[in-house]
Write a protein that binds this ligand. Structure first.
Ligand code: HEM
Length: 493
């Protein structure tokens, strides 16, 4: 191939840039620094003897990879983390290109995330939207009654809203255990969610042995393997027995009617799934949903509370679209354009994971004039795209107006031109757009409709500081909420 590799640091023989990577943690910040140093929107870093990692921060080049040459960049790497999560690539997100990926993606698209199934499962999501208000009200009531309102940890509320809804949709119950008196999660759910986030932290996390594959199983150099195995075990300890129990119920006739996603997966005839496939796929669906939704809402709320004008406009939208006499419902989501613009702005500016899962090329090719060898790991930078100063004016400013379309056109959370990353695009794109959009919008809409929000008394504004190691808020968002609707409107159980 006459074309050069994309610019990047000169790799050493055999080890590539591995030592530099180890000396410059966290790796995503190092990669972005290199893109700045080389002044390039496409960078090549070689890790180990032969892996070319290609980072991208320009929408045009991103579209060449995921639109024009989508068929080539359709695989995933064989990483230990991905292998463990997917139980040897039985699932969708993690599986390399091939029959198993095709089969599972079809099952998810057609059987779990179709519009009919979405509608069928709405009562479960509605239940969680009501529980959300009830839980926040209870938290406020529990606190010192001399203070007007109460302190709410938005991170905990958001993460558990998503996890509870997912458990309800998949297993038909919000909690593994009893929960708490006030409608909150119990020990079991806290452990479940923490383990899901540990898995998310260590998946595709530049683990050394992934670039020296013959070391796999011989050394756990950076400790990732042990952490990953423990977290997966924790999640499966709660989930797998429910799957086994349910299979048995179908077998012995104790269950005859499908009520949730687990029933759908067990009763699938063509293709028939094995218990191992069902268990691994459920674990993957759990991690697919929880981070983006909850993290976007935590950041969006922090930004909105710091900019009261934005918060006010979103309240006005809710009052206009929904009115003061009923709670916001899923049917209102298409019209909540300002709320969705706030969420999209959080996706743009504060993505939970810095890169998309790697897209691996299945043959040699040329992109943007550069040689991209077969087996390259292309990582589109959510961070780099969303904050690209050539694309976004004043990129670090939280400004939902960027996403309003005018002419009354609906704001979509999708990202077709890849100017930011929300659900990605192409054959590897997210199949959960409808469910993801619905849950994220309902969460923010109910929080904003149900309560007024402000910074804690001793803080003039909220310190929106990003973690060094990831893009989360350095400290969970804890703010004051006060009920803003008439008392009779809050669901009681
Ligand atoms: C706001 C919520 C969500 C966001 C922002 C989101 C985002 C993403 C992104 C960026 C990808 C990677 C695409 C790529 O590699 O190019 C992805 C993949 C995926 N997502 Fe989502 N997602 C969300 C919700 C969901 C939900 C609710 C489900 C299902 C319950 C889901 C299931 C999947 C699956 C199965 C894949 C793998 C696709 C493949 O590799 O072929 N996601 N998602």
């Amino acid at each position: 191939n006459p074309h050069p590799l994309p610019p990047g640091p000169t790799p050493l023989p055999f080890i590539g840039c591995t030592i530099q990577m180890l000396l410059n943690k966290p790796t995503f910040r190092w990669i972005h620094k290199l893109m700045d140093q080389f002044d390039t929107p496409i960078l090549c870093v070689r890790l180990g003897p032969s892996t070319h990692v290609i980072a991208v921060s320009s929408p045009d080049i991103a579209c060449e990879f995921l639109k024009k040459q989508d068929d080539i960049f359709i695989s995933r790497p064989d990483f230990l983390s991905a292998n463990l999560i997917s139980d040897g690539y039985l699932t969708t997100i993690m599986s390399p290109f091939g029959e198993q990926w095709r089969k599972m993606k079809r099952v998810i698209n057609r059987e779990l995330l179709s519009p009919q199934i979405h509608k069928w499962l709405q009562p479960k999501r509605d239940e969680e939207a009501d529980q959300l208000l009830r839980y926040v009200c209870n938290q406020i009531e529990k606190q010192d009654s001399t203070i007007d309102g109460g302190l709410i940890n938005v991170r905990t509320v958001s993460q558990h809203f998503v996890a509870n809804a997912l458990r309800n949709i998949v297993f038909g119950k919000r909690f593994f255990g009893q929960g708490t008196e006030d409608g909150g999660q119990g020990e079991e759910e806290t452990e479940h969610v923490a383990a899901l986030f540990t898995i998310l932290k260590y998946v595709y996390a530049f683990c050394i042995t992934d670039y020296f594959p013959w070391l796999r199983g011989k050394t756990d150099f950076d400790g990732h393997e042990k952490i990953m195995r423990t977290a997966i075990e924790t999640v499966r300890k709660y989930q797998d027995p429910l799957v086994d129990e349910r299979i048995q119920m179908w077998n012995n006739g104790a269950r005859r009617e499908k009520c949730d996603m687990l029933d759908v997966l067990i009763e699938l005839k063509n293709p028939k799934l094995t218990p191992e496939e069902i268990k691994a796929q459920i674990l993957e669906l759990m991690i697919a949903t929880i981070d983006n939704t909850s993290n976007a809402i935590e950041w969006a709320m922090g930004e909105m509370i710091n900019k009261p004008m934005i918060l006010r406009r979103s309240v006005e939208e809710l009052d206009r679209v929904v009115g003061g006499e009923k709670l916001v419902e899923e049917q209102d989501v298409p019209q909540l354009n300002y709320i969705k613009a706030c969420i999209k702005e959080a996706f743009r500016l504060h993505p939970f994971v810095p890169f998309l899962p790697p897209h691996v090329s299945t043959m040699d090719t040329t992109v943007a004039g550069y040689f991209i060898p077969k087996g390259s790991h292309v990582i589109l930078s959510r961070f780099g795209l969303g904050r690209n100063p050539n694309v976004w004016l004043d990129p670090l400013r939280f400004d939902p107006d960027r996403h309003l379309c005018g002419d009354g056109k609906q704001v979509l959370l999708t990202d077709d031109g890849l100017r930011l990353i929300s659900f990605s695009t192409g054959k590897r794109g997210c199949p959960g757009i409808m469910l993801g959009t619905t849950m994220t919008t309902m969460l923010l809409a109910r929080m904003v409709q149900g309560f007024t929000w402000e910074a804690p008394r001793n803080e003039s504004s909220i310190k929106l500081v990003e973690n060094h190691d990831d893009n989360r808020l350095a400290k969970p968002l804890v703010v004051i909420a006060k009920p803003r609707l008439s008392q009779y409107m809050y669901p009681r159980y």
